[in-house]
Ligand binder design. Structure first.
Ligand SMILES: NC(=O)c1ccc[n+]([C@@H]2O[C@H](COP(=O)([O-])OP(=O)(O)OC[C@H]3O[C@@H](n4cnc5c(N)ncnc54)[C@H](OP(=O)(O)O)[C@@H]3O)[C@@H](O)[C@H]2O)c1
Length: 263
């Protein structure tokens, strides 16, 4: 193994955005560990990662990000498998939908553990390893464009993701002298299983055909289309790459222009 080969952990990555990110890193020849809750899905995804000509090492570890023991085990096993971590991409599952009236304390607790506390736990572990390394590192959080504009029924997700942006800012301050950069990407709508399910729900709930249901989501941004997961993966490849060495402590929104935020 080339000693400069990047060692990457991407969480919640058997499918969707997480998989696209892991696959983009694998194309560059990175050694990759991904996690999810289903071994079979992970096995299929690892086989795809290893199908990239330059990817020699890829592993899937079963871990539920809402469980502390799983998160600890995930990080420890990643260290054992790769011998270190140079790049941590914290992606996650989905918080329960609901409003202040409908979300229970358990829903809030689940959202906190799975989205925010898992990010803190992984970051703490990665920061320790990256600080001790002479290679520095990168930490990137995948959050949501909802951190800028609170959206109906996503209050729990928006709260936790706004919290992650604060954690990222804090870490960017204290890790920069160790050569570790910390950034956030905030996606709008991207074509994943989750969004395809939302389109199907719209078809059922509102009697729309697929084209109309897709347009309902896509026209929420000026480009008039849903993003491809690979497009977000390209952004992250740029963020963690050498051409972005001055990018630190920031949140980049990729939503086709739907956010009304000016700065
Ligand atoms: N797609 C979008 O348009 C969009 C927009 C904004 C934000 N996001 C956010 O980006 C993240 C990924 O979204 P996606 O659309 O790619 O979702 P997705 O296609 O449903 O994929 C989610 C991935 O996360 C894994 N996962 C789910 N819950 C997990 C848990 N508790 N512990 C570990 N792994 C878990 C899933 O595998 P298992 O189910 O097998 O565990 C799967 O690999 C989510 O947090 C989502 O809210 C997505």
């Amino acid at each position: 193994m080339n000693k400069n080969t990047r060692r990457v952990l991407v969480t919640a990555a058997s499918k969707g955005l997480g998989f696209a990110i892991a696959n983009r890193m694998a194309k560059d020849g990175a050694q990759v560990v991904i996690c999810g809750r289903n071994q079979l899905e992970l096995d299929k995804s690892v086989a795809k990662l290893l199908g990239n000509a330059r990817c020699e090492v890829a592993h899937g570890i079963v871990a539920d990000l809402s469980r502390r023991s799983d998160v600890d085990n995930l990080f420890d096993r990643t260290l054992n498998l790769l011998g270190g971590v140079d790049c941590l991409v914290v992606n996650s599952g989905h918080a329960p939908y609901g409003t202040i009236d409908t979300l229970s304390d358990d829903d809030w607790g689940e959202s906190y553990e799975m989205l925010l506390l898992s990010a803190v736990r992984l970051s703490r572990a990665a920061a320790k390893v990256m600080k001790a390394s002479d290679r520095g590192g990168d930490i990137v959080y995948v959050t949501s464009a909802g951190i800028h504009e609170a959206t109906d029924h996503r209050v729990a997700s928006n709260v936790m993701r706004a919290g992650i942006a604060v954690v990222a800012k804090h870490l960017a301050d204290i890790l920069s002298e160790s050569g570790v950069r910390v950034n956030v990407v905030a996606p709008g709508y991207f074509d994943t299983g989750r969004v395809r399910k939302r389109i199907e729900d719209l078809m059922v709930d509102e009697g729309l055909n697929r084209q109309a249901a897709t347009a309902r989501i896509a026209t929420a941004n000026p480009l008039g289309r849903i993003g491809a997961a690979n497009e977000l993966a390209e952004l992250i490849a740029f963020i963690v790459g050498d051409r972005a060495r001055y990018l630190n402590g920031t949140t980049i929104t990729m939503d086709g222009g739907s956010s009304r935020l000016v700065t």
